[in-house]
Write a protein that binds this ligand. Structure first.
Ligand code: ZN
Length: 158
């Protein structure tokens, strides 16, 4: 647990809006789906146009680091979708060479684990909680600002 939290990539200050847009644009460049609109960064999926890269700003550093790491292993990887689900990051990719898959899967799982401890609003230490069935990972400050949000009971409080 602590090893994950102490990752040097974690809990950096939130990048500026301009820097975040650069990070997202870099990841959008990895989208090669045939049903992609390159002007909007949207993908036609399940009958809807959706933003292929749609993650909370608080996770911009996680996304940044993950993309750099995967890119170093397989620069031609494809992003199918990057999003938040149940309070955690999801990063669905393809076009990864067979001999790199285990390593890449490990990187993605590590990033997902870190996302569950990182406030999705500000990128500082957060924890999982819930507001009327909606799950979100938030710091104390943003949890207090989010109507009805209650942290999950933790079994190993630090
Ligand atoms: Zn926060």
């Amino acid at each position: 647990m602590n090893r994950v939290q102490n990752q040097s990539t974690n809990y950096l200050p939130l990048p500026s809006e301009e820097k975040r847009e650069q990070i997202y644009a870099r990841i959008i460049e990895h989208i090669h789906a045939a049903n992609m609109n390159p002007d909007t960064g949207e993908r036609f999926l399940g009958g809807f146009w959706i933003e292929a890269v749609h993650t909370p700003d608080g996770w911009a550093n996680i996304l940044d680091h993950l993309d750099i790491q995967i890119n170093a292993l397989c620069p031609d990887y494809h992003v199918h979708q990057a999003k938040e689900k149940f309070g955690g990051l999801r990063y669905y990719i393809g076009n990864v060479p067979e001999n790199k898959r285990d390593e890449v899967d490990k990187l993605i799982r590590k990033a997902e684990t870190i996302s569950y401890k990182t406030c999705q609003d500000c990128g500082q230490p957060g924890r999982g909680g819930e507001s009327g069935g909606w799950l979100a990972t938030l710091c104390d400050k943003h949890g207090a600002q989010t109507k009805g949000w209650q942290p999950h009971k933790s079994h190993n409080k630090n």
